[in-house]
Design a protein around this ligand. Structure first.
Ligand code: G3H
Ligand code: 13P
Ligand code: NA
Ligand code: ZN
Length: 328
């Protein structure tokens, strides 16, 4: 059944587990994620970006997720807007059946320019008031997601803005987080704690702690009822880089967030863990493998089935390791 982010993360906080938020754009991703959730007896957050909504269409997405809820009746599901850029995006998502929205006011509407604190407070408070009036949850974001390494890795994938910022600016300030939540009343808060979006997070194998555990712990301590969200949580596994590159792909060597670091983050209070890049790599790795090994093949299902199996395997691993398994 569909539930809100607040309902799911309140339970996760009580029981001390983390919930992966996997991005969806199509039926194959939806089925693969839900097969993993069913096998692990896990609740899950399915999130759609603005790009996903225009790719599949709001009506298709809504019916698809309703179909998944009907097919997998034992699993609680949250349908969440990922990185909403303004009121219209968030409110139209709710109208189309989303039970939760992210109002990302850390950037201006163009999603490129860092926004002022006052802009972020205003727009997030406004969206939260409207969402709560109709029973939907809200995730806000405070801080600019970058790479603690220096910003150079983050800059490589074109994400831009964070490249010019110092380490301090890349970490969410705990006192400002308290003020932000008090003024916006958001249910969940995405924090900057050392991660960045995309495949190119770190240019070297991370050794030692790469997330700022002290930032996570300080914010969790001051805001025990606000659920912390970690974006950019793909681990960019070597086996998937190898799978892609062994079959004609050209992904330069890169490193993501080790799953052990995420497990530690969950112990420090992280509840929602956003993963998109790893899911993309799982499917694409198998598409490439089938295309390379069976060039005579032209039935799309022969590509989709192994891709779904690879994605299901990845999702199962995250449900097991984040403690989501058995919590459906
Ligand atoms: O943070 C962004 C997510 O990975 C979604 O990406 O906007 O290309 O769908 P997208
Ligand atoms: P990744 O690029 O690390 O998968 O992060 C996805 C994300 O944060 C979506 O909001
Ligand atoms: Na989100
Ligand atoms: Zn994100």
């Amino acid at each position: 059944a569909l539930i809100t982010l607040r309902q799911l993360l309140d339970h996760a906080a009580e029981e001390g587990y983390g919930v992966p938020a996997f991005n969806i754009n199509d039926m194959e991703q939806g089925l693969a994620i839900m097969r993993a959730a069913e096998a692990c007896d896990a609740p899950v957050i399915l999130q759609a970006s603005r790009g996903a909504r225009s790719y599949a269409g709001d009506i298709m997405l809504r019916h698809m997720v309703e179909a998944l809820a009907e097919m997998f009746p034992r699993n609680h599901i949250v349908l969440h807007q990922d990185h909403g850029n303004n009121d219209a995006t968030c409110l139209s998502a709710i109208r189309h059946g989303f039970t939760s929205v992210m109002m990302d006011g850390s950037l201006e509407e163009d999603m490129k320019t860092p926004a002022s604190y006052d802009y972020n407070v205003d727009i997030t408070a406004r969206v939260t008031r409207a969402a709560h009036a109709v029973g939907a949850s809200v995730e806000g974001e405070l801080g600019v997601l970058g790479s603690l390494e220096s910003g150079e890795a983050a800059a490589e994938d074109g994400s831009g803005a964070e490249g010019k910022l110092s380490q301090d600016q890349l970490l969410t300030d705990p006192d400002q987080a308290v003020d932000f939540v008090m003024r916006t009343r958001c249910d969940a808060l995405a924090i900057a704690c050392g991660t960045s979006h995309g495949a190119y997070k770190f240019t070297r194998q991370p050794d030692g702690e790469i997330l700022s555990m002290s930032t996570i712990a300080a914010i969790h301590d001051k805001l025990p009822d606000t659920h912390l969200v970690m974006h950019g949580s793909s681990s960019v596994p070597q086996y998937l880089q190898d799978l892609i590159n062994a079959h004609g792909g050209h992904m330069p060597q890169t490193w993501g967030v080790p799953v052990e670091e995420i497990e530690k983050g969950i112990r420090m209070g992280v509840r929602k863990v956003n993963i998109d890049t790893d899911c993309r790599m799982a499917m694409t790795g198998q598409f490439r493998k089938v295309a390379a090994e069976r060039p005579e093949e032209f039935d799309p299902r022969k590509f989709m089935k192994p891709a779904m199996d690879e994605l299901e395997k990845l999702c199962r691993d995250r449900f097991e390791r984040f403690g989501t398994a058995g919590q459906a």
